[in-house]
Design a protein around this ligand. Structure first.
Ligand code: ADP
Ligand code: MG
Length: 677
């Protein structure tokens, strides 16, 4: 449509100055203008009788002017124009402020529409400064997002001109439109701005929401479909039962189901591309181990990538134990190796002697080579970008890919963000886990909390205290980790072994402190949220969170997940002096549920998707009209439709898909430049 894409300056009433205001709103040309959807609508089509108009209600009245506007001089710069208007049911007094032009344009005995808030009382009703339109304007009126100097009405005037330019063109093939009951694009665009009734508006919205999610899904699938090409890796036998039999515990049903889903992928010649989501402690590691085991028994190598050294070390220890019975050669590629040690490991990897390697992003360095990489596992996926995930895959010839995440993301978001991944969920904790006892308390409980911590430290346990900020600032009562650490070491916890952990430390320093905590050289760790990533310290049983109202629910849930990992009873204490009912309700959700997905859903409702992934961060286009909390049904349909299209025509080369191809290229243009893929 490039030939038709006129600049915003082309439209009547848009000069250089106004164009700049449009730019501010992200409107540059016909295309961005026509896709600048109204924020809301005024209903000028529903006429309220004057006698039925309720005081304080905003409504549209259709009435005849029965007295000429009379000028009342109040003071300089304040002139009122008063007149009466009447419909069959009654009379209303209208007042206009300083609007001589409008007052003079009204004709006695003519009928007009008046839109505004009704004031006065039931005997004498009034409207102050209503909007006034001719009766032909009985319609649903668009209200646009505005900027200083550019009113919604002004935008409406320009959009009205653009409507005449909409070509009779539709990028969505007719068969998909029919299947999903979508109206043509042209009428959708007309009706999203100027619907004749609410049914038309709904059908326009349905179409545009579907379209938005459909293009997004298609783009994601298309951008990432490289990994979908066939793999030469041949996993022919499933050894997972053999592995499972040797475990010291019984797997949960959810773990077994997820293993089965993954093995189903492994046995095909299309590489697995799967996200396993499971709450902290749901037992993802053993699932990964089972799959590594089967892949290795089939003669291939496997790699597990963790976001930090400590996590990599912990995985190494765990996997070594889990795979003890099978003589699989495991190595840890850690940052603390000497050059010589490292080069020997690399040699054994490229020679195929090492069958399973665990490491940090050191694994994706250029000098790391595999003989026959069959499976790549990335843990705590949200810490890695799509690019890093891809880099490790590229070390093999289309290896199977397993992504593990402990951040329960609402399913809607997961579908969008991981559009290319199949999703398995471990929605069950191993038997016998005691839920972490959670309390919301006020800060006057500090003394008791300190004593509670001391009691547990004396019997050999450890505790976390989390604060929202690193340094003191002028934000009043917010507790900062640094000054809190100093205060506690000199005061309440004098003589105890305290540690301080925050994001401004260098990674090596952070790891050092975490390691000391793991080794029990630190009893009480005072920290900002940097401890979020899944380090396992089963001996830590208390999690205190200061200024808990400052955190999102999902974040609180992640923090709470640091305790309750061993056999000891564990506690999470949320400290907040907030009086805000909504905040307290939010915090109390933490006391009543331990289900990370429920919590994530609440968070999405309360705070929007930004908390999970800033859209900038993951490089997805913004959604203009679809709502991720409400449109999940449409999202599923759109995802299925996108998959259908690509199954039929992977490169979008067919004539009927030309339009789709163009739309997707447009949508992802920017993102590709950002290295989205
Ligand atoms: P996460 O999903 O957070 O990565 P882990 O894999 O670290 O969880 O598992 C947490 C703990 O639960 C580990 O100590 C592990 O040995 C144990 N575990 C895993 N699965 C089971 C099970 N089915 N029964 C009992 N304990 C289990
Ligand atoms: Mg884990």
């Amino acid at each position: 449509m490039a030939s038709e894409n006129k600049s915003i300056r082309y439209f009547k009433g848009v000069g250089e100055k106004r164009a700049r205001l449009f730019y501010k709103l992200g409107v540059f040309d016909y295309d961005t203008l026509i896709n600048f959807y109204p924020r809301t609508y005024q209903d000028w089509s529903k006429i309220t009788q004057i006698k039925d108009a309720e005081i304080e209600q905003i409504c549209c009245i259709k009435a005849t002017v029965i007295s000429p506007p009379v000028e009342h001089y109040v003071r300089k710069n304040m002139i009122l124009y008063k007149f009466k208007a009447q419909d069959r049911s009654g009379v209303i007094n209208i007042t206009l402020f300083n609007n001589k032009y409008l007052a003079n344009s009204l004709k006695v005995n003519n009928e007009y529409l008046f839109y505004g808030k009704v004031m006065g009382n039931w005997i004498s009703k009034e409207m102050s400064s209503p909007e006034i339109k001719p009766v032909t304007y009985a319609m649903i009126r668009p209200i646009y997002r505005t900027t200083n100097g550019l009113s919604s009405a002004a935008i409406e005037n320009v959009v009205r001109q653009a409507i005449d330019l909409i070509p009779d063109y539709d990028p969505i093939p007719a068969e998909i439109r029919e299947k999903h009951g979508l109206c043509p694009l042209r009428s959708a665009l007309k009706d999203i701005h100027f619907p004749k009734d609410f049914a038309a508006l709904k059908s326009a919205r349905d179409r545009l929401i579907f379209q938005e999610l459909f293009f997004l899904q298609l783009g994601l699938l298309k951008l990432k479909d490289r990994s979908r090409s066939k793999t030469k890796i041949k996993i022919t036998k499933d050894y997972t039962q053999e592995f499972i039999k040797g475990l010291p515990y019984t797997l949960t049903n959810a773990q077994q189901r997820v293993i089965k889903e993954c093995v189903g992928d492994l046995l095909t010649d299309t590489p697995m591309n799967r996200l396993v989501q499971g709450d902290v402690g749901s037992g993802k590691t053993v699932v990964a181990a089972a799959l590594c085991h089967t892949v290795i028994k089939n003669g291939y190598q496997a790699a597990i990538m963790a976001p930090t050294e400590i996590l990599a070390e912990q995985h190494f220890d765990t996997l070594r134990k889990l795979l003890e019975a099978s003589d699989i050669k495991i190595e840890l590629l850690s940052g603390s190796l000497t050059k010589k040690q490292k080069s020997e490991i690399l040699k054994r990897l490229s020679g195929g002697e090492t069958q399973l390697v665990i490491g940090t992003h050191a694994l994706i360095e250029d000098n790391v080579e595999f003989k026959s990489l069959g499976l790549v596992v990335t843990d705590e996926q949200h810490r890695f970008g799509v690019a890093q995930r891809g880099a490790l895959s590229n070390k093999g010839d289309n290896p199977h890919l397993l992504v593990m995440s402990a951040t329960p993301i609402p399913r809607t978001l997961a579908l969008i963000i991981y559009g290319d991944l199949d999703i398995s969920i471990i929605d069950e904790l191993p038997k016998g886990r005691q839920p972490v006892k959670t309390y919301v308390v006020k800060s006057n409980m500090h003394e008791r909390i300190y004593n509670f911590i001391k009691k547990h430290v004396k019997i050999g346990r450890q505790a976390y205290i989390v604060c929202p900020l690193i340094e003191d600032s002028d934000t009043g009562s917010l507790v900062s980790a640094e000054s809190y650490y100093e205060k506690l070491s000199a005061g309440a916890f004098k003589g105890y072994k305290l540690g301080l952990l925050h994001g401004k430390l260098r990674p090596a320093e952070k790891e050092q402190i975490m390691r000391r905590f793991v080794n029990r050289e630190i009893d009480i760790l005072i920290s900002t949220t940097v401890i979020e990533v899944g380090v396992n310290v089963p001996n830590a049983v208390i999690m205190v969170i200061e200024n808990a109202e400052r955190f999102g629910l999902s974040q609180l849930h992640q923090l709470r997940g640091r305790v309750g990992r061993g056999s000891h009873e564990s506690y999470c204490i949320l400290i907040s002096d907030s009086e805000n009912q909504e905040t307290l309700r939010r915090l109390n959700i933490m006391c009543t549920t331990t289900d990370g997905f429920k919590i994530a859903d609440e968070d999405l409702k309360l705070r929007g998707p930004g908390d999970f992934f800033g859209s900038r961060q993951h490089g997805l286009p913004d959604l203009k009209i679809a709502d991720m909390t409400e449109d999940i049904g449409v999202l599923r349909q759109a995802a299925a439709a996108a998959k259908g299209v690509l199954d039929e025509d992977p490169e979008l080369l067919m004539d009927k898909h030309k339009g789709l191809k163009a739309e997707i290229e447009k949508l992802f243009e920017k993102n590709q430049k950002l290295g989205f893929n």
